[in-house]
Design a protein around this ligand. Sequence first.
Ligand code: F6R
Length: 584
Amino acid sequence: MCGIIAYNGQDDAIPYLLEGIRNLEYRGYDSFGCAIDSPVGIIIKKDIGRVDDVINKYKIQNFSSNKAIFHTRWATHGGVKTENAHPMIDCMHRIAVAHNGIIENWAELKESLGTHKFISDTDTEVLSHLIEEKLSRGSDIQSAVKDTFNQIKGSSSFIVLDKQSEDLIAVKKGSPLVLGIAKNGNFLSSDVPSFVRHTNKVVYLSDGDMVVLGKRGYTITNLMNRDVNHDVSTVNLSAKHAEKGDYEHFMIKEIMEQLAQMKSLESADFGNVTRAAELVKNAKLVYLIGAGTSYHTALLGAKVLRENGIKSAAVQGQDLITYRNVISEDDVFIVISQSGETADIINAMPLISKNKKIGIINSEGSTLTKDVDIFIPIDAGPEKAVASTKSFTLSSVYVTLIAMFAAGKKEEALRDLKLLNINMYNLLVPSVLSAIDKAAEKIKGLEDVFFLGRDSDYIMALEGALKLKEVSYIHAEAIDAATFKHGPLALISDKTYAVALVSESTRNDTLYNLQEVKARGGNIIGVSDKNENVFDMFIRAQNGGAFGFVTQSIILQLLAYKTSILKGINPDRPKNLAKAVTTK
Ligand code: F6R
């Protein structure tokens, strides 16, 4: 995925866009580029590297213009090279295009543009040349963009700067694009936090929308003939939500935010949870769909539903196709996604177009929010660190609430939320923090770490292993403690470390399995409410009630974060990863 932000108006665009693109860097950090409108034509500056490095290299802060587009790239099509950084221009240097998405039919389109000179390996470059081709045949810029949009396949949102036009033209399909309406001009961006310091008035664009962004106003038409809502919404988000504040990294800020977020759930209005629970109660089967971390939420939700007598299955988005012959119209789907943009999930949606869908989604206005019947905004606020933390715990709390409400256990759920907050209060005490530090100190030098647990402890083990892999580059593998004896035990030696999750309901069986690890010389870092003889190191997690997984999860997030820091890695920007995965 990539990040785009553009401004057109009376003010100088450059300071706005510099701030905005730094904010969007979580969406991609391979290369940066910009197109700046100027009296002598379009100025293009682009290069590989982190946003700030490229900005400083080309002294972008010294430019001034009322109209510009900035882009930060995460390479999908074409390697990390300066030529592949956006924006792309046409042969005559009349237009510049910044794009987020994938053009599936780029090869045939490129072939049809035989005489045009391509300089990059990207799919994006066909856009600038296609538009140029249409302009050369007499189209005006709006028709040229519209016809280009109709020719491309895949999910693509892009913004066009034409040196002969006062306007910026943008279209949205698949990848996110929002319009921000400020006092002296307007923004187009991949997300709201990137411009929220200047306005909280937004229009969440829909697929097919084409925006003509003038200096003073804008028009929106839908090129897919959809009847969509273009009302202006006021977002309840302040600039501080999108900034690190006093924290060194977004990841630790977002981990710590969970304490207040869990507390605020105690007074939340669960109207949409109640409506979702009604749907779920009457479903033939409930499918929970997610990817990566959100799939772990799906696993947890499916387990809690089954325990409450509701038939359910967790499925990774890309795997839903294998269920196509068994899905019935009476099945209900719970779609879980932080970004609301994950391609593996979006691509599965046509398979369930006739089914009722509940969305547990963090990003308001995102593609998936428009595809569900009941949208449960988890209100985690912007999640900027690449590794998902607060969205995981909040969405996991929401699936658990839906299951418990559907089973008539609303009071028990609300009581357990209170218990969770008592446990949260005792969670990050100095003894626990220093135990996490010691464990991270041990783990930082390892090449492999196992994460073990049974039941929901196993699901948290899966999530803990994923977090450690992402931000510390250590091979971490979660294995059900009961399954360990079916093969993986062969790997154990006195050099092996396993992080073991133990809670009240799993204690006896898991401890039995851990003895088997211990007997073969393995070392165990226990995450549990009680210290056990089998543990070599111990991190206390108060984990009672239906939401006990939250405290376990926060400990594992901190363990991954601290290990990352000790290894000198920036946990907010792990190599090779992007925040939302919009590729197949
Ligand atoms: C891991 C992580 C990814 C995402 C996955 C799905 O920390 O962030 O595994 O969970 O790419 O993303 P969403 O939830 O945005 O659909």
